[in-house]
Design a protein around this ligand. Structure first.
Ligand SMILES: [Zn+2]
Length: 488
């Protein structure tokens, strides 16, 4: 994710809070943030959803296939936020068997009716209505980022000059506000989704658009299929009136979804994407791993951009007109950032928010790498310098890069996980040399593909390639805090 705007808001809130001197609650400093325990593992998620624009609700049906991770279990705990649950059943062939459950606005605890053994797959069916606005109103409190996951923008068309759109934002744990899942970064599954919308709108989701069916009520059902597994926070759905500008990379679709008036300039904004895909594939030694790559813009989007697998969303400020683009594309760095996440974040995913830098340091550093490649070493150095200054200005000397104690997981999206992490990668590159650095990234990606990872896995990849013990480096820079201070 790229949180340009969020960071600005956070700083404002932080300085306001500082001036009021509220009593400090430090109880969080004793709460170790462990990775989510895996009792059941997601295997596949099949969704059938239909938005209700008049109420800003989503009618959903979910078929969730799971299996116990190791120990036998007779229960399943799904994250399902702010929903009205209508039915929960076990699917046995063509038959449904009703299951007992408890629900408390956040968790759906299901009694599976019998023990399931490790590796024994089962499919649970949940029929529900998601009510994101009601959920957020009831529970938002002081969260830094919206928690409702599903956003209806101008749903009744009452605001002039604003398009009607729907988009979702999963990171950190908000996709469970529009479909039931195990909303943890160390889960992943394949996915199918059928989205039924008014026929005037286009849809975007993860994976491939397999079919479109016109219905008799002036709606259309689009069926998207994602055949490679990814984490639940990377699921995405976007709906609206967009012009889809088509591009390609090695025979794969590369699409830019923009508001119609930006159709003519879409390639001036996003048109370097295929070249970036070639560049990132080359330096990692891993070809862009997914079936397609689309980018879409979202009105009133809550962050800068988000790397949903094969379906990145950008803040609508990405849309610059021809006159603005004369001065250069201000969004180029963000396009690189989200694209590199398709490897670092989506293909290999951080095991927990504590290890977030495994996603964000690489995305941050991609902006240096792309500038260096596209505009030369000075441009890369300038990008690097700006990142360093961003970290130093944040006064985060007391924060470890990998952090097991934090007050709110949203705080992990800071100048340490991003800018400092990017500079640590740059230092590591200088330490081991270019060819060892990129070879190590290749080993890290290949060893951990379609899995979650923690910082030690990165260390092990570098140790395997270089033949050197790097515990000292990781202990100092990943598991400790601070930075060198020079007095001249
Ligand atoms: Zn990011």
């Amino acid at each position: 994710m790229n949180r340009l705007i969020l960071l600005a808001i956070t700083l404002t809130i932080a300085s306001a809070a500082h001036s009021q001197q509220p009593p400090a609650d430090n109880s969080w400093t004793k709460v170790y943030r462990a990775s989510a325990t895996r009792i059941n593992d997601l295997v596949h998620t099949k969704l059938d959803v239909r938005p209700d624009y008049s109420n800003s609700h989503l009618y959903g049906k979910a078929w969730i296939t799971l299996q116990p991770h190791f120990y036998a279990t007779d229960s399943l705990n799904l994250d399902a936020k702010g929903m009205e649950i209508k039915k929960v059943a076990m699917i046995n062939g063509t038959k449904e068997q009703q299951l007992k459950y408890d629900y408390n606005d956040f968790n759906l605890r299901i009694n599976l009716g019998r023990n399931f053994k490790a590796g024994e797959k089962y499919t649970v069916y949940v029929e529900y209505t998601a009510k994101p606005d009601e959920f957020e109103e009831k529970y938002q409190r002081n969260q830094l980022l919206g928690i409702k996951g599903l956003y209806f923008i101008n749903p009744k068309g009452e605001e002039k000059d604003k398009p009607t759109q729907i988009w979702t934002q999963g990171e950190t744990e908000s996709n469970s506000a529009w479909f039931p899942t195990i909303d943890a970064t160390n889960q992943r599954c394949t996915q199918e989704i059928t989205i039924t919308v008014p026929e005037k709108y286009v849809t975007l989701s993860n994976g491939k658009l397999v079919s479109q069916k016109k219905n008799s009520d002036k709606t259309r059902s689009d069926y998207w299929k994602m055949e490679l597994p990814h984490a639940p926070y990377l699921f995405f759905m976007g709906i609206g009136d967009y012009t889809v500008v088509k591009d390609s990379w090695k025979g794969k679709e590369v699409n830019y979804y923009v508001e119609p008036e930006y159709g003519a300039v879409a390639k001036k904004i996003f048109g370097n994407t295929p070249e970036m895909m070639t560049f990132f594939s080359k330096i990692t030694g891993v070809d862009f791993p997914w079936v397609k790559y689309s980018q879409i813009t979202g009105r009133d989007y809550v962050a800068g951009a988000m790397e949903n697998t094969t379906a990145t969303i950008h803040q609508n400020f990405a849309q610059q007109d021809a006159r603005e683009l004369i001065d250069g594309n201000s969004w180029e760095g963000t396009i690189a950032h989200e694209l590199f996440h398709q490897w670092f974040g989506d293909y290999v995913t951080t095991e927990s928010w504590s290890n977030l830098t495994l996603n964000e340091s690489f995305a941050d550093y991609s902006q240096t790498l792309w500038s260096e490649y596209k505009q030369g070493k000075d441009a890369g150095d300038a990008e690097n310098y700006q990142g360093l200054q961003g970290y130093l200005r944040s006064h985060s000397e007391d924060k470890n890069l990998v952090r097991f104690y934090y007050q709110d997981r949203e705080e992990m999206f800071d100048a340490v996980s991003y800018q400092k992490g990017g500079r640590i990668l740059h230092m590591l590159r200088n330490l081991v040399g270019d060819s060892a650095f990129f070879r190590s990234l290749n080993v890290y990606l290949n060893t951990n593909k379609f899995k979650s990872a923690e910082a030690h896995q990165l260390r092990l990849a570098f140790e395997e390639v270089t033949g050197r013990d790097l515990n000292w480096f990781f202990n100092q820079w990943y598991f400790s805090n601070g930075n060198p201070e020079a007095e001249i």
